[in-house]
Design a protein around this ligand. Structure first.
Ligand SMILES: *Cc1c(COP(=O)(O)O)cnc(C)c1O
Length: 356
């Protein structure tokens, strides 16, 4: 890939915007998609035909490789509107970086900055009226890439499509959730693909999650593949605990390195908390809950930012966490991030990427 290469982005504006039909007071996640999408094709070793076109169906061959062998990765990002109309994307450079790590692990081409970042900027400029102005609402951004070669032989696809679609989403007031510690099924193993945001990681979680739901839990607390002793993630979000006065998050290649998790750990450090990224055993957590030293536990991800955990089930026994109202750290983080992302306070970290 020639880094100095210039990708001109062709723009084909829609002739019939759907914006006026959108009820911004009743937004269901992922149901409403904005007028435009960015599409780029990779073929013969290079990216070409980068364009912003009206959102719509695409056609493909039934032998398209992604459908059979799973070369499919994605990202999730949010954009917010300030009171003065400025559109700001939260830390998209981190998602671009992670996207290319996912791509490398699945033997897919990297997407250059001029297509991912500049394309994102241009797409949001064109669809800036789709970014909800209401506090709590945001524009969800979904970049994704998949192998498009029509061939049933098992090999890395020779061609790929990179697409960015977006859609407005409403305020996400997440109720505290219950988690079942999973001691049989596995999300990711050492040397596997747990750190990459690929479609297969979601497919494999659906069945065990249904079993947990049937037992009355909202989500799974995944544990390590070899011993099921160490905590990894909650469903499709990262886990953060407050044990004593330390903010702790599990670490390693089997977990997805979330931008929200990273953001929260950086804030904790900046605010003077002791922080640790290390292995946390289920036993340490259960003992801490019993002893009263585990005062906070929450899941962190782009969709809800923070989802507090109220109850944890392990080997048929339930353990309850302290009431959410008293959780100083998670409440403080959520409040601060809301102020920051809507431009109500200064951005000393440079986390807000303003659309030009
Ligand atoms: C996307 C994702 C997360 C959260 O990452 P963010 O960048 O904070 O949105 C955590 N775990 C898994 C498995 C994920 O796919």
């Amino acid at each position: 890939m020639n880094a100095t290469e210039n990708y001109s982005i062709r723009v084909e504006p829609t002739q019939n915007s759907r914006l006026s039909q959108v009820d911004f007071d009743n937004l269901k996640f992922g149901k409403i998609l904005s007028d435009h999408m960015l599409v780029a094709d990779y073929d013969d070793g290079e990216w070409k035909d980068v364009s912003i076109v009206p959102y719509g169906d695409i056609s493909f061959s039934p032998s398209m490789s992604a459908l059979h062998y799973g070369q499919a990765i994605f990202e999730g990002i949010k954009a917010y509107k300030f009171a003065d109309g400025t559109v700001s994307i939260f830390r998209p450079d981190r998602n671009w970086e992670r996207f290319n790590k996912s791509a490398a692990r699945l033997q897919m081409p990297e997407v250059p900055e001029e297509i991912f970042m500049d394309g994102l900027n241009k797409l949001l400029d064109i669809d800036r009226n789709w970014v909800p102005a209401k506090e709590g609402s945001s524009l969800y951004i979904r970049p994704f890439m998949f192998g498009t070669e029509a061939a049933l032989g098992v090999h890395p696809s020779k061609s790929y499509k990179f697409i960015i679609i977006t859609g407005p989403v409403g305020a996400y007031y997440s109720k505290p959730i219950s988690l079942k510690v999973e001691t049989y099924y596995t999300r990711a193993a050492e040397g596997g693909v747990g750190f990459s945001k690929n479609a297969g990681n979601y497919a494999l979680s659906l069945y065990p999650t249904q079993l947990a739901n049937d037992e009355g839990y909202d989500q799974i607390m995944w544990t390590d593949a070899s011993e099921h002793k160490y905590i990894e993630e909650a469903g499709t979000a990262n886990l953060i605990f407050r044990i004593g006065d330390t903010i702790i998050t599990p670490h390693g290649d089997t977990i997805l390195h979330g931008v929200t998790r990273r953001t929260i750990m950086e804030l904790a450090e900046k605010w003077g908390y002791k922080t640790e990224q290390r292995k946390v055993s289920v036993q340490e957590l259960i003992d801490g809950i019993k002893a009263g030293t585990v005062t906070e536990a929450f899941a962190a991800g782009t969709a809800a930012t923070i989802t507090d955990i109220s109850r944890i089930g392990f080997e048929g026994q339930d353990y309850n966490l302290p009431p959410v109202e008293g959780r100083e750290f998670s409440n403080k983080v959520l409040h601060y991030l809301n102020e920051l992302r809507y431009g109500k306070v200064a951005d000393p970290f440079g986390w807000n990427y303003l659309v030009k």
